[in-house]
Design a protein around this ligand. Structure first.
Ligand code: ZN
Ligand code: ZN
Length: 378
C-alpha cells in the first residue's frame, strides 16, 4: 500500500518543487538578471542599498562608508548576484576559515534553537510512535490481538517504511538543495535565510563544521517541523502508514544538515560512529559531497545518504527543470551563470551531468577573465 503512496509522493514532490520554483522565480527576490550585467546592476542599485539594512554581516561593507568601493562590486542584495561568480566581491577564504553570511547568524547555539530542535524531534518521535501503534492495530485486526506474528509484521512494515522514507528523503534533500542553490537570494520571502545559508556555504564551506547540532539544523525545523506533518495529515486524511513515512521523511530532511556537516569534517573530528555511517553509505560520504563543491555546483545535490546522486545527475532532471523554468519565465539558474558552457548544453537539450571537461573549460575561462580584469586595472 505504501509503495504506491511513495510513488505518488515522489511525483507530487517533484511537481510541487517545479511549480514552487516557477512561482517563486517570478517574484521579487528571485529575479535574476543576466550575470554579465551584475556589476552594472551593482552601480545602479547603490542608491537603493543605502537605505537598506544589510542582511549579511562580515562580508558586506557598510553602505555609508564604502559607497565608492561598492559601485565596483556586486552585492548579495543585487538581482543576479551569484556567490563565487567573478566580480561578486566575495572571495572564498583560503584554509579552514569560518565565515558568517547572514546578519544575526551566529555559530553559538541559542536556547531558542535548543527548544525548537528538541521540541520538533520529540514531536516527530511521538507522531512516529503513534503511527506504529496504528499499524499494529491494523495488523492485529488481521492476525489476531497480541499475536507475536502481528508484532513481527508490524516491526517489518515499520522498518521498510522507514528505509523507503530515508532513501526518498535523500532525493528530497537534493530537490531542496538544487532549488535554493540556484534560485532566490537573501531577500526571498520565507526561504531567504535558508537560501543565503546554502549559497553562502559554497564560499565558506568550513563554517558548517563549527556549528553545534541545534544551531546547524534549527532552520530546517520550520519547513519540516511537526506543523507540516500535522497539516498534511489533516488536509489529506493520511493514515498510519503514510504518516509514518512523512514523519521519517521530515526528520531526515532536518537531519540532512547534520549529515552534510559531517561530510565536511575530518575523520578524527567526526569520530568512529559518523565514520562508520559514512562508510556504510547511511550518511553522505565526504568524497561524494566534495564533488558538489566544484563550481558551478551543478550536481551531487543529495545530502542525506547520497544514494540518489548518481542516478539523478545522470538523468539530468535538474537541468531539465532549469530549462522548463527558463522557458516559462526567463530566469536562469546560478549554475548556468557560473558556467556558460553548462547553459549552452542545457539549452541544446543535453541534460545529463557533463563530464569533467566542461569544468576544466570553465576554470580556464575564469582564469582568463581574471587575467583580463587584472591587466585592465594596471
Ligand atoms: Zn550547494
Ligand atoms: Zn557542503
Amino acid at each position: 500500500m505504501y509503495t504506491n503512496t511513495n510513488k505518488n509522493t515522489v511525483k507530487v514532490a517533484t511537481t510541487a518543487a517545479l511549480l514552487l520554483c516557477v512561482l517563486a522565480t517570478t517574484i521579487d527576490g528571485f529575479s535574476t538578471s543576466s550575470p554579465l550585467s551584475s556589476s552594472t546592476a551593482a552601480a545602479t542599485n547603490t542608491k537603493n542599498r543605502m537605505n537598506m539594512k544589510p542582511l549579511y554581516s562580515s562580508i558586506v561593507a557598510e553602505p555609508d562608508t564604502e559607497i565608492e568601493e561598492e559601485t565596483k562590486k556586486a552585492s548579495f542584495l543585487d538581482d543576479g548576484f551569484v556567490f563565487g561568480l567573478e566580480g561578486s566581491g566575495l572571495d572564498r577564504p583560503k584554509g579552514k576559515v569560518s565565515q558568517l553570511v547572514v546578519e544575526g547568524d551566529t555559530l553559538k547555539t541559542t536556547d531558542q534553537q535548543r527548544v525548537i530542535v528538541w521540541g520538533t524531534l520529540l514531536g516527530h518521535l511521538s507522531i512516529a510512535s503513534y503511527s506504529v501503534l496504528g499499524i499494529l492495530q491494523n495488523t492485529e485486526a488481521v492476525a489476531g490481538a497480541a499475536d507475536p506474528l502481528a508484532i513481527g509484521l508490524t516491526v517489518l512494515q515499520a522498518m521498510s517504511i522507514t528505509l523507503t522514507s530515508w532513501a526518498l528523503a535523500d532525493l528530497g534533500s537534493g530537490v531542496l538543495h538544487w532549488s535554493v542553490d540556484n534560485y532566490g537570494n537573501g531577500r526571498t520571502p520565507i526561504m531567504g535565510g535558508i537560501i543565503a545559508a546554502f549559497q553562502g556555504h559554497h564560499s565558506a564551506p568550513w563554517t558548517i563544521t563549527e556549528r553545534e547540532f541545534e544551531n546547524n539544523v534549527s532552520k530546517l525545523c520550520v519547513p519540516f517541523g511537526i506543523q507540516t506533518v500535522l497539516a498534511l495529515k489533516f488536509v489529506f486524511g493520511l493514515g498510519s502508514y503514510s504518516t509514518l513515512f512523512l514523519t521519517v521523511f521530515c526528520l531526515m530532511e532536518i537531519l540532512s544538515q547534520e549529515f552534510h556537516k559531517m561530510s565536511h569534517t575530518t575523520k578524527s573530528e567526526a569520530g568512529p560512529i559518523w565514520n562508520l555511517l559514512q562508510e556504510k553509505g547511511i550518511s553522505i560520504p565526504r568524497k561524494q559531497h566534495a564533488q558538489h563543491h566544484i563550481a558551478p555546483y551543478d550536481g551531487n545535490y543529495c545530502i542525506v545518504s547520497g544514494i540518489c546522486n548518481e542516478k539523478v545527475d545522470e538523468s539530468g532532471v535538474f537541468r531539465r527543470m532549469e530549462h522548463i523554468i527558463y522557458n516559462l519565465n526567463g530566469i536562469e539558474s546560478n549554475a548556468w551563470k557560473l558556467d556558460p558552457e553548462l547553459r549552452k548544453r542545457t539549452l541544446n537539450g543535453e541534460y545529463g551531468l557533463p563530464t569533467n571537461s566542461h569544468r576544466t573549460s570553465f576554470k580556464a575561462a575564469q582564469s582568463k577573465a581574471a587575467k583580463a580584469a587584472k591587466s585592465k586595472t594596471i
